[in-house]
Structures are given as structure tokens and as C-alpha cells.
Design a protein around this ligand. Structure first.
Ligand code: ATP
Length: 240
């Protein structure tokens, strides 16, 4: 008899609920993401996408439920989780009065990276920002800041990326750069976007979150843009 090998999901979410002032933003969400998989979450404003990613990135605590990443329990092992995730959120968390280089080196220090100068330059090059490394963040456009935020998210070679509308503010070239980075298969990715088209390009699996619940979960290969748009509209009652 051949032994079946089962691997633990990298992200495991069980019965996750988050309420703000007794109003549920996430309601009993269950989700598993396998190693190397890219799961893209679509959903209208207020669906709970950011809340979900904030919980996974340890920024806020759930009301109830269980989450583990790489086998680490969110409640008990938050520090270990922070070391293995790269996060791009709505807030860049960059220091405006520091240069891009100083920001990257500061975060590299926090992660105990050995050669911080070299690593800061490497990730800046990845996002096409080498020529601006010594300029202050508060002189950067929204898109330039987003590029540095993306660079910061991969500084410590995380195995998991949690990205909340990461293409916000990016020009076409930067979106292509980001999508190529994410397509490399180096990471396990949970990503939200309002662009069905771009999300489908990247996704292995598609989720539609609506009113705090997963209302659709399908392999991306089973969907084209038209069917995805139709499902989104049927389930949410809104045009994407
Ligand atoms: P968007 O597409 O606009 O970014 P979203 O899907 O990310 O929306 P969330 O930001 O997770 O949605 O919000 C989900 C629900 O939780 C919304 O009803 C929102 O008003 C509520 N909410 C989010 N943060 C808070 C907070 N700090 N206090 C109270 N309610 C909140």
C-alpha cells in the first residue's frame, strides 16, 4: 500500500470571528492555504478583507477562532509568525523623515539580518528604486512609497506574503514588477484586490468574501474573467 503524504496547510484558519462593537466584520471564516499557493480575495468595501489580513499579520486580535501560520499559533507564537510573514497593508509604516535606505536598514536591523546594507540595496533594486534610495520618504509619491513598502515586506525572505491591495498607487510598470515577483512561486500568498482581472492572473484559488463570510471559493483555473465578474455580481449584488 502506498503511503499518502499529507502536508499541513501553511495558513490554517478555523471558525474565525471578529466583531467591532458587537458587529461582526468576520463571521466564522474557515480557510486553508497550502504551501506555494496564491489565494486571492475579492469582495466589496466593508466585506472584511482588511480585517482578515490584519488578524493574520498579528496587528489585531480575533474575537474567537483559531489561526496558525507555518504551524505557529497566532495567540501563543505571534513573534514567530511575524518573522515568517511579509506584510503590505494600507499603511506603509515607513518613517517619512528617513530616507528609503534608512527605512529599509532600520527594518533589516529589527529582523536581525546580517548584511543590512547589501540586503536593503537588493530589495530596493527588486522594486526599481535604487536611484531614489537616499531620498526622504516624505518626498516620495504614493506609488514610490508603495514600492518601498513592498521592498520592506520581502527584506527578511518571508515564506508567507499577506498583501492588502498591494497594487494601490503603483504605475503599470510597477504592477508588472510586483506580479512577476509574486508569480515566482517562492511564497505562499494571501492577497486582496479590487481588480478581478489582475487578481485572476495571479490566483491559484479565488475567494469572494461578502459581509464577513466566504461566499465563494474556487480554483482560479475553473474561472474566466466573465464568470468571475458574474459570480461577484450575483453574490455581492455589486458591480466590481
Ligand atoms: P475595503 O474594500 O473598503 O478595504 P474591507 O473588505 O477591507 O473593505 P474591512 O476594513 O475589513 O473591510 O471592514 C469590515 C467591516 O468592519 C466594515 O463594516 C467596517 O466598517 C468595520 N470595521 C473595520 N475596522 C473597524 C474598526 N476599527 N472599528 C469599527 N469597525 C470597523
Amino acid at each position: 500500500m502506498t503511503e499518502t503524504q499529507t502536508t499541513e496547510p501553511v495558513i490554517q484558519i478555523n471558525q474565525l470571528t471578529k466583531s467591532y462593537n458587537h458587529r461582526p466584520a468576520l463571521n466564522n471564516v474557515n480557510l486553508q492555504v497550502q504551501k506555494g499557493e496564491t489565494v486571492v480575495i475579492f469582495g466589496p468595501n466593508g466585506a472584511g478583507k482588511t480585517t482578515l489580513l490584519k488578524i493574520l499579520s498579528t496587528a489585531i486580535k480575533p474575537t474567537s477562532g483559531r489561526v496558525s501560520i507555518n504551524g505557529f499559533d497566532l495567540k501563543k507564537d505571534a513573534d514567530e509568525i511575524r518573522r515568517c510573514i511579509g506584510v503590505v497593508s494600507h499603511h506603509s509604516s515607513l518613517y517619512g523623515s528617513l530616507t528609503a535606505c534608512e527605512n529599509l536598514e532600520f527594518y533589516a536591523l529589527l529582523y536581525d539580518i546580517v548584511n543590512i546594507r547589501q540586503r536593503a540595496r537588493e530589495v530596493a533594486a527588486t522594486v526599481g528604486m535604487t536611484s531614489c534610495l537616499h531620498d526622504r520618504i516624505d518626498t516620495f509619491s504614493r506609488g514610490m512609497q508603495q514600492r518601498i513598502a513592498i521592498a520592506r515586506s520581502i527584506l527578511h525572505n518571508p515564506s508567507v506574503l499577506l498583501m492588502d491591495e498591494p497594487e494601490t498607487g503603483l504605475d503599470q510598470q510597477a504592477v508588472s514588477m510586483l506580479w512577476s515577483l509574486l508569480e515566482k512561486g517562492e511564497y505562499t500568498i494571501l492577497l486582496t484586490t479590487h481588480s478581478l482581472e489582475r487578481g485572476l492572473e495571479l490566483a491559484d484559488r479565488v475567494i469572494i468574501l461578502n459581509k464577513g463570510k466566504i461566499s465563494l471559493e474556487e480554483p482560479a483555473g475553473d474561472m474566466d474573467l466573465k464568470s468571475c465578474r458574474q459570480a461577484y455580481f450575483d453574490l455581492t449584488g455589486r458591480r466590481s
